[in-house]
Design a binder for this molecule. Structure first.
Ligand code: NAD
Length: 519
């Protein structure tokens, strides 16, 4: 029996010792940039001349690493090795598999600032956001280790039946394709990998191109605790080639994906097509986008609401699936809230996050993101009133900096109020009253997170029933889900509601086997 799970605490970087330790980690991480990384299949290191680069978005000329441009053949090879390894890994006792996760958690805890530093450099995270990401990764390891042991044998839940000895076991599925996004580059891959591996599956892992360096560090963490060769195979390269092959291969049994709606829908469709030689129906565990709303009514504590709106909209430059990119405010308090939101957002410092903890916003992740966000800002100027930001921040390094941008009086059905922008752009929408606000909240195709600020008990109850999202928060911000506390995943076009960090999550990586022996 393991001791109870507890969430990881966050380091306080205002303490001089933590500040010094983080600066030291950054110095060390900087000394490691610019190396070339291989594919690792079945423990075999495969070097490639054909590489792509991953850069520091604050200083795009700075290459953090060169990575092998994997091919569809490499994907086939990795899947074949994973298939072979599954023959033995599936029978390793769950307690033993869980121990790999616990060892990885302990190692990551010791190296927390190191992982934070990689994310500051490759993803442009602020220190606080990086710390939250690493802490979440540790939580996934600790939580899934315990959950795997709990669900492996559920025979005790069966009704007694004396003529037979009955059992019920959650056994692994087979080979998984693990395809994460770049925005939680430590936590999401760690969570997906931990869940798949601890339940007895083997995997091929392809990190997002923008954060391949961190992806390699996560894979290396798992290998460093002695995971047998071939359980976790590491592939790099373009999603449309390597990732697509991982999805369509007949060897793949399930796909663990987090990313955009468009890619998620493509995976959903293609995973459903049975390929020649394929013996199973693939399972697709998909976590996709969001257009999350914060609703404020006239009974709310307006200061708390304004603080919550800004924190939810601009944390990690708005590049979170849970980001509250729409604030829907009841008419009678709209002006007050608008004024305060703009004042608070004005205070957000933007710049090179490797300078220190005082910088709250860094760059957006790459040139494509920068262009897409700037295009949406252009759309926003047609659709609403620009209240803050709107112009990129020029830096000598040509970094991809876009300051907090707020549009006021945006119609509820405007593009910037309906489509996921995935950047620091907030649309303020006026609602006639609470009922109208609730209608607007539920008007998008997504249903991931949402928040209501209100002090009206009946409305809080109504929101519990009718605010249709996978993660609803009452009188607090809509970001910052904690593992084991706020199981995370959305409705509608936000995905398959897989609820990462919840007690049911691991069941998606298993199949139930019922056994009865006549006595
Ligand atoms: P993305 O869809 O562009 O890429 C995600 C992954 O898919 C990457 O590893 C990419 O290489 C791969 N990929 C691309 N094309 C592929 C294909 N044809 N076949 C297989 N794999 C392919 O998303 P992104 O830009 O990395 O991440 C941002 C998106 O992720 C946002 O929409 C955000 O809302 C979403 N997200 C959702 C959650 C959630 O829990 N719901 C969490 C984080 C991010």
């Amino acid at each position: 029996m393991l001791p109870a799970y507890n969430v990881e605490s966050f380091s306080d970087f205002t303490k001089p010792e933590n500040d010094a330790s983080m600066h030291a980690a950054l110095t060390k991480a900087k000394s490691e940039i610019g190396k070339t990384y291989p594919l690792v299949i079945g423990g075999e290191v495969i070097e490639r001349k054909d590489t792509f680069t991953s850069i520091n978005p604050a200083r795009p000329a700075e290459v953090v690493g060169y990575f092998a441009n994997g091919t569809a053949d490499d994907a086939d090879k990795a899947l074949a090795v994973a298939t072979e390894t599954f023959k033995t890994w599936q029978y390793v006792p769950v307690e033993e598999r869980a121990r790999y996760l616990l060892r990885a958690a302990a190692s990551m805890r010791r190296r927390k600032n190191e992982f934070n530093a990689y994310m500051v450099l490759e993803a442009g995270k602020s220190w606080y956001e990086a710390e939250a990401d690493t802490a979440e990764a540790i939580d996934f390891l600790e939580f899934y280790a315990r959950q795997a042991i709990r669900i492996a044998d559920e025979s005790h839940l069966l009704a007694p039946y004396p003529p037979e000895q009955v059992g019920y076991y959650n056994i692994p599925l087979g080979v998984g394709a693990i395809i994460p996004p770049w925005n939680f580059p430590t936590a999401i891959p760690t969570g997906l990998l931990a869940a798949a591996i601890v339940t007895g599956n083997t995997v091929v892992f392809k990190p997002a191109e923008q954060t391949t360096w961190i992806g390699y560090k996560v894979a290396e963490l798992f290998w460093s605790v002695g995971l047998p060769k071939g359980v976790l195979n590491f592939l790099t390269g373009p999603g449309e080639i390597v990732g697509a092959r991982m999805v369509t291969s007949p060897l793949t049994r399930f796909i663990g994906f987090t990313g955009s709606k468009d890619v998620g829908l493509w995976i959903y469709e293609n995973a459903a097509k049975v390929q020649p030689g394929q013996k199973w129906l693939k399972r697709a565990i998909l976590e996709m986008g969001g257009k999350d709303a914060v609703l404020v009514d006239e009974t709310a504590n307006l200061e708390e609401a304004a603080q919550g709106i800004v924190a939810g909209a601009f944390g990690f430059q708005g590049q979170k699936c849970s980001a509250g990119s729409r604030a829907i405010i009841v008419d009678s308090v709209y002006e007050q809230v608008e004024k305060r939101v703009v004042e608070i957002a004005k205070e957000l410092t933007i710049g090179m996050t490797d300078e220190g903890n005082h910088i709250k916003m860094g760059p957006v992740v790459d040139q494509d993101a920068y262009k897409k966000i700037m295009d949406y800002i252009e759309v926003g100027t047609q659709e609403g009133k620009l209240l803050l930001g709107g112009q990129p921040l020029e830096t000598p390094t040509n970094g991809y900096f876009i300051p907090a941008t707020i549009f006021g009086e945006v119609p509820w059905d405007a593009r910037i109020a309906q489509e996921e922008i995935f950047g620091p752009v907030l649309a303020l929408v006026k609602a006639n009253d609470f009922e109208d606000g609730l209608r607007i909240v539920n008007s998008t195709e997504y249903g991931l997170t949402g928040a209501l600020f209100s002090n009206d008990r009946e409305r809080l109850e109504q929101a519990r029933r009718e605010f249709h999202v996978g993660n609803l928060y009452l009188n607090r911000k809509c970001t910052g889900a904690l593992v084991g506390i706020h199981p995370f995943g959305g409705f509608n076009m936000s995905g398959t509601d897989s609820k990462g960090g919840g007690t049911d999550y691991l069941l998606q990586f298993t199949q139930g086997k019922s056994v009865a022996e006549r006595l």
